[in-house]
Ligand binder design. Structure first.
Ligand code: GDP
Ligand code: MG
Length: 288
């Protein structure tokens, strides 16, 4: 039988969660029911007659933009990855241009000393493609699998290849236990990262670099309801206006997407108190 852990890595919004959800067939929660705990079990486990693949999603790995901190995160991450993971799936989105953040992901991927697969996601979208910008990756990473996570296209050959590359073991080393992610992310960082993903999803390309998300409070109001207070900070009032949107529609939308995902991840009802603030100094205040 084949057993192993696969690191799923890629910029926010390339489709990592969609891939896991659609491969495993139901909505997978990637975190534990307790937002207070500092470690979140991973629940993305794919099983069939060949064995078991544990997918390790990576929200938060690339969350911090300022360099000293991200270097630090990357060093710790790298060490854990190299001890813990059998294979890396590096996912890209050919409909978005390569940017600074992609560079960071690639930098991390390059440092990992494990077999790698390049997954080109969203091949159902053909019109606007930046594929030429990613061509060089195919030289570097020899195994390339174009897929559509959304439409579940070409997932099978990818899974076949993953099984082929995983180690053969007599039985699962993780059966029945919780699997933990690579980083000891605290709940606030994790939730901030989920909200940041939604900012990414719903705003243009420019805004996410001008914003950050701070989670001020997580309170379990009851067994079922968790209260979360968070702020999106941006560098000037123009961005603030865009983030709030006409009649507050944008921020509501961001909040509602984020709430859904946090609820899924924690199996709780979430009350999300989300505001936008202008703070031209957020970079210095929070990341230096
Ligand atoms: P993550 O941040 O990497 O986990 O990305 P998500 O899984 O949250 O996906 C981000 C967005 O891309 C969502 O709106 C998805 O519906 C969309 N998406 C993901 N995979 C595909 C795909 O294969 N095709 C298309 N057209 N959209 C996709
Ligand atoms: Mg995700």
């Amino acid at each position: 039988m084949k057993f192993g852990k696969v690191l799923l890595i890629g910029r926010p919004n390339v489709g990592k969660s969609t891939f896991l959800n659609n491969l495993i067939g139901q909505k997978v929660a990637i975190t534990s029911p307790k937002p207070q705990t500092t470690r979140f079990p991973i629940r993305a486990r794919y099983q069939d007659e060949r064995g078991e693949i544990i997918f390790v999603d990576t929200p938060g790995i690339l969350g911090k933009v300022k360099d000293p901190l991200s270097k630090n995160i990357n060093r710790r991450t790298l060490q854990t990855i190299n001890e813990d993971v059998d294979l890396v799936l590096y996912m890209i989105d050919h409909t978005r241009r390569r940017d600074f953040e992609e560079g960071k992901v690639l930098g991390l991927v390059r440092k990992i000393d494990k077999p790698k697969i390049l997954v080109i996601n969203k091949i159902d979208l053909e019109k606007k493609s930046y594929l030429p910008q990613y061509k060089f990756l195919e030289e570097e990473i020899k195994l390339v699998f174009p897929i559509s996570s959304l439409e579940r296209k070409h997932l099978k050959p990818l899974v076949d290849k993953i099984f082929e590359l995983l180690p053969t073991k007599p039985h699962s080393a993780t059966e029945g236990e919780n699997i933990y992610p690579l980083l000891n992310l605290d709940a606030k960082t994790f939730i901030a990262e989920l909200i940041r993903e939604k900012v990414f999803l719903l705003m243009g390309e420019e805004i996410p670099y001008e914003t950050t998300v701070i989670v001020d409070e997580i309170k379990e109001r009851s067994d079922k309801l968790t209260y979360i207070k968070a702020r999106i900070l941006c560098s000037n009032d123009r961005y603030k206006k865009m983030l709030i949107g006409a009649g507050g529609r944008k921020i509501k939308e961001i909040g509602s997407y984020a709430k859904k995902e946090i609820a899924l991840a924690t199996s709780k009802k979430i009350y999300l108190d989300l505001k936008v603030e202008t703070d031209p100094h957020w970079q210095e205040t929070y990341y230096s």
